[in-house]
Design a protein. Structure first.
Length: 254
């Protein structure tokens, strides 16, 4: 049994194929998936998925790339996070790849999410791109280690992984780890302790080999598990079992 710890099934390109996508999940033994919110405007669609399907869960948050959208405050996040199917705050974080001017509003928004996670004691889903130093700095300043969480779609260095692990965070690997040129990331996937590792698709993006370049979906998460198993010289069942246990522990799912 596999778990996709991060996907965007509410995105229209996936919604229109929903039956097919859920069928492939079942066929590939992907038993659970976390549907991750990127905007308050579309959060109702994320929640609707988790309400309609017992094996789908939801998070609430506003992605750091989304500028023209409703700005969350702590109270608003808490009100939405109170729903029993909402198991995490995010995705949040910093992204200086798409916002090269390193805007202050991203850091303000990130702090808001960390404060909400403290208040409701739900874990954080953190996105970081070209912004590792500031991401780690804000995590430290706002004591993100208390609610804890996951560094999702991890593409940073081993040093960044170590710093996040030191704060009690989990590291989640996506299809990027299966790409031939992702040599440094494969090293990180060999290094991260198995009891602190998650796997994800981040679908509809970043389909793993052998589906690279196509639309991604949760059923493909098994290819991420298979690749990490190969890198670490362990049976795929080990990766499946451990990443599933980690998911249940982190998001407090029984
Ligand atoms: Zn992300
Ligand atoms: Zn995402």
């Amino acid at each position: 049994m596999f778990v996709d710890s991060h996907c965007h099934l509410d995105f229209p390109e996936l919604t229109e194929r929903q039956d097919e996508i859920l069928a492939l999940m079942a066929q590939n033994a992907v038993s659970l998936a976390l549907c991750v919110s990127v905007k308050l405007e579309t959060f109702p669609r994320v929640l609707a998925l988790a309400e309609a399907h017992p094996h789908l869960y939801a998070s609430v948050g506003v992605h750091p790339d989304n500028q023209e959208c409703e700005e969350p405050d702590v109270d608003r996040l808490l009100a939405l996070a109170a729903h029993p199917r909402v198991v995490a705050i995010g995705e949040t974080g910093l992204d200086y790849y798409w916002h090269k001017d390193r805007p202050e509003w991203q850091r303000v928004r990130f702090r808001t999410h960390i404060q909400a996670a403290h208040a409701c004691n739900k874990p954080l889903i953190i996105h970081t791109r070209d912004s590792a130093d500031d991401t780690l700095r804000l995590m430290r300043e706002e004591k993100a280690s208390v609610p804890g969480g996951v560094m999702h779609c991890f593409t940073e260095t081993r040093e960044v992984a170590e710093a996040a692990l030191d704060m009690g965070f989990y590291i989640s690997f996506s299809g990027i780890v299966t790409f031939k040129n992702a040599k440094a990331l494969k090293e990180v996937a060999r290094y991260v302790p198995l009891d602190r590792m998650l796997i994800e698709t981040d679908s509809p993006y970043l389909a793993p080999v052998p589906h690279r370049g196509k639309q991604n979906e949760p059923g493909f998460v098994k290819h991420v598990a298979e690749h990490i198993a190969e890198l670490r010289g362990v049976p795929v069942e080990t990766i499946a079992r451990q990443t599933t246990d980690n998911f249940m522990t982190l998001f407090d799912i029984v």
